[in-house]
Design a protein around this ligand. Sequence first.
Ligand SMILES: Nc1ncnc2c1ncn2[C@@H]1O[C@H](COP(=O)(O)OP(=O)(O)O)[C@@H](O)[C@H]1O
Ligand SMILES: [Mg+2]
Length: 232
Amino acid sequence: MRIVEVEKVSFSYDGKFYVLEDISFSVEKGDFVGIVGPNGAGKSTLFKLILGFLKPNKGSIKLFGKKVEDFKDWEKVGYVPQRINVEHTFPGKVIELLSSVSHNKKNIEFVVEYLKIKDILNKQFTKLSGGQQQRVLLALALSTNPDLLLLDEPSTGLDVHALTHFTNILIDLNTNHGKTILMISHDIGSLLNHANKILCINRKVCYFGPPENAIEYIEEAFGLKGVLHGIS
Ligand SMILES: Nc1ncnc2c1ncn2[C@@H]1O[C@H](COP(=O)(O)OP(=O)(O)O)[C@@H](O)[C@H]1O
Ligand SMILES: [Mg+2]
């Protein structure tokens, strides 16, 4: 089943310059898609289009077979925004945040247990460490038990220990819980190891396919000819 279909999508914020141009790709159930590209390439914008926050100027987007403008099952979609955007906008305690996003007690109990955040439920989000904040953001995204997860640079700022833990959770969600994952990350080595498809974006799609053939396209997009060889 196709979970996400992006067809010939172009988008401009100011009506003059296209930050995304003629983007097409599709995501099947169970895919783990790693999204890479230089800063300003349009990756976060792509997520906002998929989430219906922004509307394409051209082209169409479907979620679970439905046009995004008609899509209503938003509890099927979990989103972890770039942490830098939320750090100062979540004043509440962790438990308050969770109950404001999901009213399903069972789901909340599951994510609290699954992500081991019981001991921080009564702490304020802004006072948590980077790794703890990241776990809470993932808990919020998972609290409606979504089939599709969109993660925007979730590993930025995590130390090696937190990063390994976070990566293992994502692999478990993908392989044992059937979650379809789209993850934007600069950790190219990790994506090449764990994703089954790589989407390289630099205003246009520079590569979409299996990780095995992705390196030379990624190097070209970043202007790093030859640098990444042997990274995975
Ligand atoms: N709200 C906005 N208004 C105008 N321009 C924006 C806005 N958000 C992002 N941009 C611009 O769109 C381009 C793509 O940004 P973004 O999608 O955040 O890239 P990435 O996530 O790949 O770093 C950049 O040139 C950025 O400056
Ligand atoms: Mg971004």
